[in-house]
Design a protein around this ligand. Sequence first.
Ligand SMILES: [Zn+2]
Ligand SMILES: [Zn+2]
Length: 235
Amino acid sequence: MNILSLVFDMSCLLCGTSDSFSEKYGLCRKCAFPLLFHEEKGEKCHVCGHPLISEFEICMRCRNEDYNFGKNHYFWDYEGTAKTVIGLYKFKGQRRIGRFLALVVYRYLRRKGLRNVLLVPAPCSPARLKKTGYNHMEAVCRALKGIYGIPFAAVLRRRRGRQLKKLNRQERKEELVDKLYMTAGDARNFRVLCQDKNVFLLDDIFTTGSTASACAGILKENGCEKPDIITFAID
Ligand SMILES: [Zn+2]
Ligand SMILES: [Zn+2]
């Protein structure tokens, strides 16, 4: 490693500034704090979190869906800096941001007084794993465990399949049910681990809720009543 890359490695991935925060989290204070302290305003759907447009409590889409999860907790809209930061982490291999994302989750859990939590990272596709070399939501869970002691169970797996982006809503659902699974050993462990725990599935982006619902469905089949979802951004 040369000096330049060392210096580079400590500076903010968005603006290039170095401070103690950027060393640790990949973002300087000035860039990180608006995300860290952001609070969503306005009327939101109680289930998915999308803004309500002349609807009461629950949006039209959620009224017509029977999700396997209870509620989606999320932090940002998928735009601007939030979108850039998630993209750097998910697509550009900027793993330092994983610690920042862990901090965001930890603050949220504390602020909401959520205790006795068990996190389950959404599995990434084999294609993405091959491309970036790391399972990005599992890495956030590892940081949450390592730094804050919050346990997780990486029990969901995904088989190789078609790219979800290219499928319509119905095809997406079928593809997910087909491709997501838990091994028998993981299922046995999970049944024990999830007892009396507040189980949250952790995923990056919430779009239609079909991925989250398919993942939650498998957790339900294996002993967890109705997990909630935590996502970083809603699209
Ligand atoms: Zn910065
Ligand atoms: Zn909704």
